[in-house]
Ligand binder design. Structure first.
Ligand SMILES: C[C@H](N)C(=O)N[C@@H](CCCCN)C(=O)O
Length: 332
């Protein structure tokens, strides 16, 4: 099982790196934030369908085979895995379309000829490193929290397991419809840094509500779901504004690696904190992670404004459009 999850991790995360890089290559300067929102939405529709349908699939296989056990479980999992064939098919079609676009648009000519090197990392701008650390500081307060969330709602709010599971999964369920809408909002307004700051602050407020009050946790979880969707739409596309095209894959690869390293360590730490100190300490710990992320984002904003006032990261959509027009006139 662990070997399977290891291989799954390699595949899943590399897929995410490739998806992000393709999205930027195709949509930079167009509706990039919306595209990231749509990606997130699709992923969340997938997880929601999976959460709701797998129990039913397992029961059907059990009825057909006439018994429970490893064969029944294995068959149900193989049926689930068959959806990867659909992904493979889509990836092949995408590869074909991308090659075709390269020829039609004569992209070879526009290429700078720069070679991709792992050494590029040392030339990454400080803004990019800040984006990486904001990402890790934020996501460690989301994924590990949802992992432990069900028991938290049972223990603190006396919810039944069904109620706890419903309130816990609202973050992902909400992000399916909300992400494209919020992505469009970021596209229309620009100002990615401001949106990321809003998302981190509202997530911090939601965690503080869960930690220090007994208010109905649905309120905090709905805020968390909306702010999480906003962050994902505004943060990930920012990478494309600070690194050149040939370094995008390396930059997204690093972002995912740092995020996963943080998630692995913080998930273990979160388990130890719950066992030794309980859920209040855990929530305070998540608030601390978010406060670090918020501090980094403020530093990031400050740096971007002082290093390049009017720079790419926080300009409005209309100024971005003007900038692009000017660049394309210059290159003609
Ligand atoms: C899967 C990956 N580790 C991750 O964190 N994904 C983000 C969104 C990535 C942006 C779209 N490809 C998530 O919020 O799930």
């Amino acid at each position: 099982m662990e070997l399977g999850r290891f291989v799954f991790g390699i595949g899943g995360e590399s897929l995410a790196v490739a998806q992000n890089t393709y999205a930027v290559n195709w949509f930079k300067g167009k509706e990039l934030n919306l595209v990231f929102g749509l990606q997130l939405s699709m992923a969340r529709v997938g997880s929601t369908v999976n959460m709701n349908i797998m129990g039913w699939v397992y029961k059907q296989v059990k009825t057909t085979l006439g018994h429970a056990g490893p064969t029944t479980l294995g068959t149900a999992l193989m049926i689930a895995a068959s959806t990867c064939l659909l992904s493979l098919l889509c990836a092949l079609v995408l590869a074909f379309l991308d090659k075709r676009a390269e020829k039609i648009l004569d992209k070879e000519q526009g290429k700078s000829g720069e070679v991709i090197k792992l050494r590029d990392v040392k030339d990454f701008p400080v803004q990019l490193w800040l984006i990486f650390f904001i990402c890790v500081g934020y996501y460690v307060a989301i994924f590990p929290f949802i992992g432990l969330g069900q028991v938290f709602f049972i223990e603190k709010f006396n919810f039944t397991p069904t109620q706890a599971s419903a309130v816990n999964s609202i973050v992902y369920i909400l992000s399916a419809p909300a992400s494209p809408v919020l992505g469009l909002l970021v596209d229309k307004t620009g100002k990615n840094i401001t949106w990321v700051l809003c998302a981190v602050v509202t997530t911090l407020l939601a965690h503080m509500m869960l930690a220090f009050t007994f208010w109905n946790p649905w309120i905090a979880m709905v805020i968390l779901g909306m702010s999480y969707s906003l962050l994902a739409c505004a943060l990930w596309p920012m990478v494309a504004f600070v690194v050149p095209e040939h370094q995008l894959g390396t930059a997204y690869g690093f972002m995912q690696s740092i995020q996963n390293l943080g998630l692995a360590l913080i998930s273990m730490a979160a388990g130890v904190i719950v066992d030794r100190r309980g859920y209040l300490f855990l929530e305070v710990f998540f608030c601390f992670c978010l406060a670090c992320s918020q501090h980094l984002e403020s530093t990031h904003a400050h740096l971007c404004f002082s290093l390049c006032p009017g720079g790419e990261l926080n300009i409005s959509a209309s100024s971005r459009a003007k900038q692009q027009k000017a660049t394309s006139v210059e290159s003609e």
